[in-house]
Design a protein around this ligand. Structure first.
Ligand SMILES: O=P(O)(O)OC[C@H]1O[C@](O)(COP(=O)(O)O)[C@@H](O)[C@@H]1O
Ligand SMILES: [Mg+2]
Ligand SMILES: [Mg+2]
Length: 335
């Protein structure tokens, strides 16, 4: 078990050998995320004092009204990643298309693509409820020396070389995995340093929390309705407790620590659910599986899905293994 309280920088160096590619590349990637996270954290913490609450006035490719903090976080993460001479392309919830980034020598030597949800939980920004950032990292599949292509982004989640999230909550944490377990780092805002506070995070095998927007209940498929009823029944360790923050990162983080299941099903209103496969479901599924949890889209494992579009949505069920398996039983009955 990793010793607590070492800095993120120390942890990255000590665990370099775990990263399947050359040393230094991972630290450049994670350092870019760390830097941008600190900048965004700084803005989020004083959001009410400076003019970054409310709408930015534009809509994004999803047709959602962009919040000012969506736009700011998007700029800060793209800036930080662009400067690191390691990323050849970025895709973001707030950008219609992927961004090509060329190496300084103009020969497309960079090897990684990064997909981000710069600000997750946008509906909670103005009401001072915790929000987050989500990131997913792949090695490109097209040859170095050529411009990045869409296929570099449309890789199944199991190809991720690293993924994680930042939660801007009562404290600010960076949680990530490179495929060797999940570790959480808490920011000491006084000195601007992330320290290892949650080594080797694990989803409890089961739990007593279910997270779903029950306001959509009538539109859910029968299997999901039956599972929610099952969670609410008086029997054994049930009823479970309903907790729904409305920020995927925060609901996921709580369930990973306490044991629980998060659900954003498809419904008669949202044919494919709401969450985006590439920069919400894949990175969270990668973390979940690395933490002994489980993530499905219904019959399929999220990380096996072969993406077809940059901003595609999928149904998402994720959390403690025994709870997701139980849900799967209910889904299999009907679908
Ligand atoms: O308000 P709803 O429909 O329950 O949706 C809440 C979900 O939508 C999201 O806010 C979508 O993410 P963005 O805020 O990044 O668009 C998730 O964080 C959250 O879990
Ligand atoms: Mg989101
Ligand atoms: Mg977002």
């Amino acid at each position: 078990m990793e010793k607590k309280n070492k800095t993120l920088g120390e942890f990255i160096i000590e665990n370099q050998s775990e990263f399947q590619y050359s040393t230094g590349e991972l630290s450049k990637l994670i350092n870019a995320i760390r830097l941008a996270a600190k900048v965004v954290n700084h803005e989020v913490n004083k959001a009410g004092l400076i003019d970054i609450l409310g709408e930015a006035g534009d809509t994004n490719v999803q047709g959602e009204d962009q919040q000012k903090l969506d736009v700011l976080a998007n700029e800060k993460f793209i800036q930080a990643l662009r400067k690191r001479e390691i990323v050849c392309g970025i895709a973001s919830e707030e950008e219609d298309d992927f961004i090509t980034i060329n190496s300084q020598d103009e020969n497309h030597q960079n090897k990684y693509v990064v997909l981000i949800d710069p600000l997750d939980g946008s509906s909670n920004i103005d009401v001072n409820v915790s929000v987050g950032t989500i990131f997913s990292i792949y090695r490109r599949v097209t040859p170095v020396g050529t411009p990045v292509k869409l296929e570099d982004f449309l890789q199944p989640g199991k190809n991720q070389v690293a993924a994680g999230y930042v939660v801007y909550g009562t404290s600010t944490m960076l949680v990530y995995s490179t495929g060797h377990g999940v570790n959480g780092f808490t920011l000491n805002p006084a000195i601007g340093t992330f320290y290892l506070s949650h080594p080797n995070m694990q989803f409890p095998e089961t739990g007593k929390i279910y997270s779903v927007n029950e306001g959509n209940y009538v539109h859910f498929l029968q299997g999901v309705k039956d599972y929610i009823k099952y969670c609410q029944e008086e029997d054994g360790d049930r009823p479970y407790t309903s907790r729904y923050i409305g920020s995927l990162v925060s609901d996921f983080h709580r369930n990973m620590i306490k044991g629980g299941i998060y659900m954003y099903p498809k419904s008669s209103v949202t044919q494919n659910g709401k969450l985006r496969l590439l920069y919400e479901c894949n990175p969270m599924a990668f973390i979940a599986e690395q933490a002994n949890g489980m993530a499905i889209g219904g019959k399929n494992r999220i990380l096996d899905i072969v993406p077809t579009e940059l901003h595609q949505r999928v149904p998402f069920f994720c959390g403690s293994k025994k709870m997701v398996e139980k849900l799967q039983e209910f889904l299999d009955k009907y679908h």
